[in-house]
Design a protein around this ligand. Structure first.
Ligand SMILES: [Zn+2]
Ligand SMILES: [Zn+2]
Length: 95
């Protein structure tokens, strides 16, 4: 049987020797830990910005993104909240 990497699906190496996986892990480890959650733009408005405030798209480390306890513990971006209440007239409570 041919050895095939279960990450990149290339033959000749396994997960342990995968360069792509190593590069991915390195990138993930280099991402800063987010300290705030931004409110995403509703898609129907067709905005090019990712968030209500002017912040550029933030890359989250995958393991934190899927960690609900962590995301729930973060405050919501003040600017995003302001824009939200200004455009919808509704108040969204900060955590
Ligand atoms: Zn591989
Ligand atoms: Zn924001």
């Amino acid at each position: 049987m041919v050895r095939r990497c279960s990450y990149c699906d290339e033959e000749g190496h396994t997960l342990k020797g995968c360069r792509e996986l190593k590069a991915y892990n390195k990138l993930q480890a280099s991402l800063p830990t987010p300290d705030v959650v931004h409110i995403g733009h509703p898609l129907k408005l067709g905005h090019a910005q990712p968030y209500l405030c002017a912040t550029k798209k933030v890359r989250w480390p995958n393991k934190l993104w899927h960690d609900n306890k962590f995301t729930d513990s973060l405050p919501i971006c003040e600017e995003c909240l302001e824009v939200y209440s200004a455009t919808t007239g509704k108040q969204l409570k900060s955590i």
